[in-house]
Design a binder for this molecule. Structure first.
Ligand code: PMP
Ligand code: GLN
Length: 381
């Protein structure tokens, strides 16, 4: 049976492709972003208690009340307004589902959506499933700043939404106050929704994350998405959430109830414990990622790549052109086969693959010894 036409253009995700190749060649996998250590015990124990306590039936579709309340308590101060767990918070199966529910529940066929590229691979697929017309604004090295004129040219009266991912995968940019002010001004001017994917919200280095939802007039038009995976080193648990004013939450929930209806109960109870983590949990997460960032970035520089030191996420982009390969795919193939290190060719994150051909994405979501070994292997370059 052929795959349905709506999915044919997208093939197999680059993360699956590279992880499989890494396994075949016994390469150190710095491609797909996931920590190579386990998540915290206090979260796992909370989920285990829920399993043992016999809460085995469907929870409420928007998520268990305890988790919606915990999300409201945690994000109210961060987003600068009181959040109502009944009407403004929806628990989803990872941020992946929150993205899909947002597109399918709020975007009509023919609506325009502005994407900032390089973009996370699910965005154009969700847009296509919703029948949206996408317009891309490209971030370019070395600083990957958002160009206000390009953005203004992409946002029109047909625009329904703009998707902002900050901290940004794959560039590691944390959009600053000026960039967010430009986005907010255009959203207000053209009555546009901002979909803010903040899954790397606690991975910022020497900078705090400015939140779009806090800017004047943005609380009423911003959907803030996040999940458990990155912040708590639990990428396999797939608990996410969408925080949005009641009018927008209605659309998200309309889709969510038919995509998954709900998210497994035990991991929702685990998530309650996660969201109540003490402040030092986040300080330690940041400082340990910052050390690993510096270890990898310094190592990439030593082997002759040109990395762009990221302010956020657990990814670093680097320019590989000093080595004379034709494009990012051929460079990544060589890395896996000849050096034993896997990385992501980022051209898949652009509407025109040529824009990513000179770059390669590495993840530092690995322990220090693994990163050191990877750098040693890369010196074979
Ligand atoms: N958005 C971005 C930018 C991501 O990098 C990822 C995941 N890796 C996701 C969303 C998906 O998050 P989740 O695993 O919670 O579905
Ligand atoms: N978000 C992770 C990354 O960018 C991968 C997620 C996935 O495999 N779908 O590497």
């Amino acid at each position: 049976m052929p795959v349905a036409k709506r999915f044919q253009p997208f093939g197999v995700t680059i993360f699956t492709e590279i992880t499989n190749l890494a396994q075949q060649h016994d390469a150190i996998n710095l491609g797909q972003g996931f920590p190579n250590w386990d998540g915290p015990d206090f979260i796992k124990q909370a989920a285990a208690r829920s399993l043992e306590g016999g809460r085995d039936q469907y929870p409420a579709s928007p998520g268990i009340r305890e988790l919606r309340e915990a999300i409201a308590r945690r994000y109210g101060p961060l987003l600068g307004r009181d959040l109502d767990p009944d009407t403004e918070i929806t628990v989803t199966t990872g941020c992946t589902e929150a993205l899909a529910a947002t597109f399918l529940g709020l975007i009509d066929p023919g609506d325009e959506v502005v994407l900032i590229e390089p973009f996370y691979d699910a965005y154009p697929v969700d847009a296509a499933l919703a029948g949206a017309v996408t317009r891309a604004v490209t971030l370019r090295p070395p600083d990957f700043r958002l160009d206000p004129e390009m953005l203004a040219a992409a946002v029109t009266d047909q625009t329904k939404a703009i998707l902002v991912n900050t901290p940004h995968n794959p560039t590691g940019r944390v959009f600053d106050a000026d960039e967010l002010a430009t986005i907010a001004r255009l959203c207000r001017q053209h009555d546009v929704i901002a979909i803010c994917d903040e899954v790397y919200e606690w991975m910022t280095y020497d900078t705090e994350l400015p939140r779009l939802a806090r800017l004047p007039g943005m609380g009423e038009r911003t959907i803030t998405l996040s999940s458990l995976g990155k912040t708590y080193s639990l990428t396999g648990w797939k608990v996410g959430w969408a925080i949005a004013p009641p009018g927008l939450t209605g659309g998200i929930r309309a889709a969510h109830q038919f995509l998954t209806f709900t998210t497994p109960t035990p991991v929702q109870y685990g998530a309650v414990a996660a969201l109540e983590a003490p402040a030092h949990y986040y300080t330690e997460l940041r400082s340990s990622y910052q050390e690993r960032r510096d270890l990898l970035v310094d190592g990439l520089e030593r082997v002759g790549l040109r990395p762009f030191r990221p302010d956020g996420t657990y990814f670093v982009m680097a320019d590989h052109t000093a080595f004379g390969f034709e494009d990012d795919r051929s460079f990544c193939r060589h890395l896996i086969e000849k050096c034993g290190v896997a990385a992501i060719p980022p051209s898949v994150f652009y509407s025109d693959p040529v824009d990513g051909a000179s770059l390669v994405r590495f993840s530092f979501s690995r322990d220090a010894a693994t990163l050191q070994e990877a750098v040693e292997r890369l010196s074979r370059l």
